[in-house]
Design a protein around this ligand. Sequence first.
Ligand code: 5GP
Length: 228
Amino acid sequence: MSNAPQKRPSELRRDIKRRGMLFVLSSPSGAGKSTISLRLLQDDDDVVLSVSVTTRPPRPGEVDGKDYHFIDIPRFEEMKAANDLLEHARVFDNYYGTPKGPVNDQLTSGKDVLFDIDWQGTQQVEAQAASDLVRVFILPPSLRELERRLKSRAQDSDEVVAGRMAKASDEMSHCAEYDYVVINDDLEETLASVKAILTAERLRRQRQPGINDFVSALRSEATAHSNG
Ligand code: 5GP
């Protein structure tokens, strides 16, 4: 038996460290996922973005190192061969991947890591870290609205928009592989739903490693109390 004085529940409560999660948002391109990600990051300091590598060229306004790490194909192949990618996929003729290192660092510091990745990447992450993974699929309210949003972005050519529309059905066929599905009709409502998912998932018992000590301390107090 240790002679160390037992901590009181109030002290232990402060010590309940949370285990971070891998929070994946997927959707057909144009369903509003990037805006939702941005707002989540702005509103919640405990959420950090996993910045992917991609071989596609930057869109106007995109910043290297913030939106993506823009790399060429040989560098992508190098990272893949060195096992530096947690997952990778080819999407719309470009390659995308998640660098492993930053994800591990952020998880151990108790942050939730937000991933804006497609269904292929999500399946690979699940194979490696299922218990830490929370998957959310964002759907557009209609195909017409999806097209309107893609066109109003005015960053991609008509050809690229047509390609993304053609791919939407394929993306949506993977919706059933996700834990949560949110229809993005109204941005604020969708954001509230996504935040509610995050809050509930943070309260899962296995994500609060110190909870058992806290309960033991509460029960010790209860015993002391009933013994007079
Ligand atoms: P965009 O080129 O519009 O930024 O992204 C195109 C698609 O690639 C989106 O569905 C996005 O979620 C996906 N994507 C972006 N980064 C990654 C990644 O690192 N891995 C995978 N698997 N998909 C990604």
